[in-house]
Ligand binder design. Sequence first.
Ligand SMILES: Nc1ncnc2c1ncn2[C@@H]1O[C@H](COP(=O)(O)OP(=O)(O)OP(=O)(O)O)[C@@H](O)[C@H]1O
Ligand SMILES: [Mg+2]
Length: 283
Amino acid sequence: MAIEVKNLFYIYGRKTPYQQTALDDVSLTIPTGSFVGLIGRTGSGKSTLVQNLNALLIPTEGEIIVDEFHIGNKKRKNKKIKQLRKHLSLVFQFPEYQLFEETVEKDVAFGLMNFGYKQNEAIELAHKALLSVGLDEKYFKRSPFELSGGERRRVAIAGILAINPDILVLDEPTAGLDVKGSKDIMSLVKQMHEDGKTIIMVTHDMDLVLRYTEQCFVLKDGKVTFGGSTNQLFDTISDDSAIEIPPLFKLAKKLKDRGAPINIENIKNAEDLIKQVNSWRKK
Ligand SMILES: Nc1ncnc2c1ncn2[C@@H]1O[C@H](COP(=O)(O)OP(=O)(O)OP(=O)(O)O)[C@@H](O)[C@H]1O
Ligand SMILES: [Mg+2]
């Protein structure tokens, strides 16, 4: 098991008039090597949860076990936070706002140097990571502040890829990107999953959830209201739910309701549906 969250509470501004319970008794487990979606309305607690996973926020109550690391509300117990962040790395919601070095390569190398790499090693790894996100030599010496939003997002993701964590947590990695930018980022993430990494992705894009995730968790007002197979979620929620059923899935369901022998568990993309329809027609 990669991650176990046990009875996690997180309260912002505790004991102040602005107190806000963002996570309310959250328990969940995420297996090693899985691709998991974290969904729910705006303000439901997704970003708060992922920031607890890498100990950026410390639980108000409850605990988190990430493989050999333990995060609880007793600060002295939370040793090895640096190693934890190398094992589980978080790409923030709008990570491009966190770029601050004067060149792209230095920005990517910064995280590595923080983990003890020497400058020349760090720069070499940074170049590799930048190339893998589609940013070539022309970008290495440019200022991150001169780049487009999508390019900056790539730099931020390269910063995490360079660290090569076993668990990659992405908070809305495609928000605000165009179709190509979004596809490029997702094919990188898919590649990392195929390389054996555990992926946790927060998103409002249900097409991405259907296409890529095996399991998902739904948060509502800081509570988990669903945890299980992604396809099962879309199969059981009603049309008027706050979660939008992807159009492809709706179509598959309609065909099934009208008697087509569609195996709903296996529908992840249009090709899957076409294959099933074709083999049905041949019968
Ligand atoms: N720094 C903060 N101080 C006080 N309250 C906060 C803070 N950050 C978030 N909250 C509150 O905690 C709750 C959960 O916020 P969070 O950012 O985790 O939601 P989210 O699910 O990530 O939303 P979104 O989809 O909009 O990114 C919300 O009610 C929010 O107003
Ligand atoms: Mg958020």
